[in-house]
Design a protein around this ligand. Structure first.
Ligand code: DC
Length: 221
């Protein structure tokens, strides 16, 4: 059967990656979490002191881009992200990374590098990628585009529970603030902001279980 490309976009913490993972397992497709790639660049900038007082040093970051190598490796059936050969899967989920990643993702040179890498990964189809610009920029010809959304309260609760399960300390208010700041920056930046493209199917999963949303998308495929 022909393998298609599936683009999943939407606001922070509305379950895009969960859906993408479930679909990839069911269909035997490759799953790529593009947000993890932006988070890794943000982590590199933190580690190398390229952000001061929450202001990214754009010139230094652009100069450093050739030194940032990202690769995905399968570990225990999970696609784990490596930054310059180091497994950074847990570090990129920290509050520190979450608080600066949208600023880093607004730098056009960062986006050019990551979009290029993402498009290479999708050359043969059979890929499910989630992010903010997948249906609009990375894979504008994707056969299936989804715009996932959920109520703010549900998203806050889900992200809080996810952080707790990973042992990362946070409060509901901190999570709410981070999500709303990131959503604002991600939808208002000059380059490839998060938009709902005309040919995307909207999936509001506020009141759907994980299984129900998977069934719905499988029926679309
Ligand atoms: O999906 P996530 O919450 O892990 O993404 C982290 C940030 O990365 C998000 O706030 C904006 C940025 N991002 C982006 O600009 N474009 C993408 N395709 C994916 C993520």
């Amino acid at each position: 059967m022909k393998k298609i490309t599936i683009a999943i976009d939407g606001y922070s913490a509305c379950g895009k990656s969960t859906l993408a993972k479930d679909l990839a397992n069911k269909l035997g497709y490759i799953f790529i979490d593009s947000g993890a790639m932006y988070r890794s660049v943000a982590l590199y900038c933190i580690q190398n002191k390229l952000i001061e007082n929450n202001i990214p040093d754009k010139k230094k970051i652009i100069d450093a881009l050739p030194s940032i190598r990202l690769s995905f490796k399968k570990i225990d059936d999970k696609n784990v992200l490596f930054l310059n050969g180091v497994n950074v899967e847990s570090q990129i989920r920290s509050n520190e990374v979450a608080s600066v990643v949208s600023l880093i993702a607004a730098i056009s040179e960062v986006r050019e590098k990551l979009v290029h890498e993402q498009q290479k990964m999708g050359l043969n189809g059979g890929i499910i990628m989630d992010g903010r610009d997948i249906g609009s920029v990375v894979f504008p010809n994707a056969e299936l585009k989804l715009f996932v959304t959920a109520s703010e309260e549900i998203r806050v609760k889900r992200r809080f529970a996810e952080l707790q399960s990973k042992g990362i300390k946070s409060t509901l208010d901190d999570v709410r603030l981070n999500l709303s700041e990131r959503d604002y920056l991600d939808t208002h930046r000059a380059i490839s902001p998060l938009i709902q493209v005309d040919d995307a199917i909207v999936l509001d999963n506020s009141n759907l279980t994980r299984e129900e949303q998977l069934e719905f998308v499988l029926s679309l495929i």
